[in-house]
Design a protein around this ligand. Structure first.
Ligand SMILES: [Zn+2]
Ligand SMILES: [Zn+2]
Length: 424
């Protein structure tokens, strides 16, 4: 072997070692879609199933970098698993694309595809969706359970001159909000009639709801535009956000009841759930509890179309009477009722089997030994109530007004707890 051959062999060996080293470096980091998925029991959102339905915990409005969010879609999945959600929708703005220069993506289904892939080996249900984005008074609408987001958007080239004019009028805003490419796209896409987008969503069997109707532009008062009324009349708008992020709208609740729209509450998260909603401090994102026959997408959609929801926001439950009652019945019960020795003082244990701290006031004629009429039962806890019944009864019926639940603006539901009394 001559010296040349020897040095060639040496170089080859070095190359192989270098390649092995590089490969190990590349794969020593996780892939872009991976995440830590451990469930954190103390932050998992838990409500019991009702008599008739499964209670599905869902966040139907979230964002990622594929519109104006600040995380990759797999992080939304990771957060949802930590929060114990059953279902999540990633709903990117179709038209408002501030990252369009850095993250160009012709296919508006991309965020959903990445999220669904990330959730593949979990039991989290990922729902497709998009946010249709227009100026007020129409504002924003989410279309979920759609087959192809691309069909909900159209860039009509014949309107480029009109779009340019809009961008020119707003050039100061454009400089602050993400540059010319974003502004051109937004202006042109927004010129496509919103009714077309809503119709396309409906053609695909989508569930459509009006987002954050109470933004500050209307002094926080949700007001239906003539377009919304038209959509409601022809059955193409199905729900309304009564809660969005940190805003609860009584006017939106009144609209939901008057027009029979499904009551929705969402996080509309753009940053991290942990930053915006502090789950490590016992708080939680707003969620929609959906009462579905099965834990499947078709069953969840059917429940939404039929209006079977309750929103959980801060410590408040908001829903139509016929949805809140079965939930309260499932959440609370008399665990035991027995007389102390031979007295007429009935020891009643009431259990709260939910994440909510129940706040309630006594509506029955009975009074209590050690409590005033306003009673609290912490989440997943029981309280002991000594009821003065004046005579020994064989059954007990206690009626309460549930102060941390709403069925109409400023109206709380009532709940009757009934039990037979154990005899010694
Ligand atoms: Zn929005
Ligand atoms: Zn949004």
């Amino acid at each position: 072997m001559n010296t040349n051959k020897l040095s060639q062999k040496y170089i080859n060996t070095l190359c192989i070692i270098f390649l092995l080293f590089m490969t190990s470096q590349i794969f020593s980091h996780e892939t872009a879609g991976s995440f830590s998925s451990y469930r954190i029991p103390e932050r998992a959102i838990e409500f019991p199933d009702t008599d008739k339905y499964l209670t599905i915990v869902a966040d139907l409005h979230t964002h990622s970098v594929f519109s104006d969010g600040h995380v990759w879609p797999n992080i939304r999945i990771s957060e949802a698993l930590r929060d114990g959600l059953d279902a999540i929708a990633i709903t990117e703005h179709l038209e408002y694309q501030p990252h369009i220069s850095d993250i160009p993506h012709k296919d508006r289904n991309t965020a959903y595809r990445i999220a669904a892939e990330a959730a593949k080996n979990t039991n989290l249900i990922v729902i497709s969706g998009s946010e249709i984005t227009r100026e007020n008074p129409i504002g924003h609408m989410n279309a979920i359970f759609i087959e192809d987001s691309n069909k909900l958007m159209n860039l009509d080239k014949s309107k480029i001159a009109e779009a340019d004019k809009l961008v020119e009028q707003r050039k100061d805003e454009v400089a602050v909000h993400g540059g010319i490419e974003m502004a051109n796209h937004l202006a042109l896409a927004s010129l496509w009639p919103v009714a077309n987008a809503v119709n396309k969503a409906n053609e695909q069997g989508g569930f459509v709801f009006w987002n954050h109707p109470a933004y500050k532009v209307n002094n926080g008062i949700a007001t239906l535009s003539k377009e919304h009324k038209e959509f409601i009349k022809n059955g193409t708008l199905h729900g309304i956000e009564v809660v969005n992020e940190n805003i609860f709208s009584e006017e939106a609740l009144a609209i939901a009841l008057e027009y029979n729209l499904t009551i929705i509450g969402t996080s509309d998260v753009h940053n991290l759930i942990d930053w915006d909603y502090l789950p490590h401090q016992g708080q939680h994102r707003p969620v929609t509890l959906i009462f579905a026959e099965e834990r499947t997408k078709p069953a969840i959609k059917e429940a939404l179309m039929k209006g079977r929801t309750v929103v959980w926001y801060k410590n408040l439950l908001i829903g139509k009477e016929n949805n809140i009652q079965p939930l309260l019945n499932a959440m609370m019960r008399i665990d035991s009722a027995r007389y102390q020795d031979n007295s007429e003082i009935l020891e009643v244990i009431i259990k709260n089997n939910s994440d909510t701290k129940i706040q309630m006031t006594n509506l029955s004629d009975h009074s209590f030994m050690s409590n005033h009429d306003i009673i609290e039962i912490p989440a997943h806890s029981a309280i002991n109530l000594d009821v003065k019944t004046k005579e020994q009864l064989t059954s007990i019926s206690l009626e309460f007004e549930i102060l941390n639940a709403l069925v109409r603006p400023k109206t709380h539901p009532t709940l009757i707890l009934y039990s037979n009394i154990a005899s010694d």
